[in-house]
Design a protein around this ligand. Structure first.
Ligand code: PGA
Length: 252
């Protein structure tokens, strides 16, 4: 039985003051009957705040994630942050291949696969994002696109593929308020699960496949009720404690 994972992706939002308020509000909301006992919770913050968050979240059940990771160990890669550095700040998860990184920073499937590898080598769980654009969906290419994206990661990381998390994030649903219906999302999740199964039946059993794309307090329960949806990668709704807490409650 896979546990659920609810991960907030704060993107380029926050401030020292706002982060503290948000973390305290989430922690206060979790203080009752602990949702965290059955649901893993993470917040993926801008790297510059990881130090602050490591302190704020110490002793809580909320784990820390980064939004990116370098494919390289160290050296002349200006602006990059290595897996070993993230590890020093208590990072447990690293988002890799978010569609915004693919789109604005031209990350290819091969680079995303190497980033997943760098994370795994350091004991950080990569949250591998896959998802089709609106044009790709409308031209019937959804399955082809997500399978190509996941195949690159499986090819590079086959031996430890059961250690990853996958996030299906249809690009047209991110930040738009348009959510995939539970049935649409489940159909893609089932495709990804079958692809993992072909690589490793153990991985298919273990790997959490999250849904992301305008998941919110109102639609979370129906999405999370689908058999192959094991949690959520939450953008906008993760910035409001009440919404994030409602999603966590829906995952129970
Ligand atoms: P959203 O973002 O929830 O704001 O749509 C999700 C994501 O990009 O991970």
């Amino acid at each position: 039985m896979r546990t659920k994972l609810i991960a907030g992706n704060w993107k380029m939002n926050g401030s020292l003051a706002d982060n503290e308020l948000l973390c305290k509000a989430i922690q206060a909301g979790l203080a009752g009957p602990a949702a965290s006992q059955v649901t893993a919770i993470a917040v993926c913050a801008p790297s510059i705040y990881l130090n602050q968050l490591q302190g704020l979240l110490a002793g809580s059940s909320i784990t820390l994630g980064s939004q990116d990771i370098s494919a390289h160990d160290k050296g002349a890669f200006t602006g990059e942050i290595a897996a070993s550095m993230l590890k020093e700040f208590g990072v447990r998860y690293a988002i890799v291949g978010h569609s915004e990184r693919r789109q604005y920073h031209f990350e290819t499937d091969a680079v995303v696969a190497l980033k997943a590898k760098a994370a795994l080598a350091t004991g950080i769980t990569p949250i591998v994002c896959v998802g089709e654009s609106l044009a790709e969906r409308e031209s019937g290419k959804t399955e082809e696109v997500v399978k190509r994206q996941l195949a690159a990661v499986i090819h590079e990381n086959g031996h430890c593929i059961s250690e990853i998390v996958v996030a299906y994030e249809p690009v047209w649903a991110i930040g738009t308020g348009k959510t995939a219906t539970p049935e649409m999302a489940q159909a893609v999740h089932a495709v990804l699960r079958a692809q993992l199964h072909a690589a490793s039946p153990v991985a298919a059993e273990r790997v959490q496949i999250l849904y992301g794309g305008s998941m919110n307090a109102a639609n979370a329960a129906s999405l999370l009720a689908q058999p192959d949806i094991d949690g959520g990668l939450i953008g906008g709704a993760a910035l409001k404690a009440a919404d994030f807490l409602s999603i966590i409650a829906a995952a129970r």
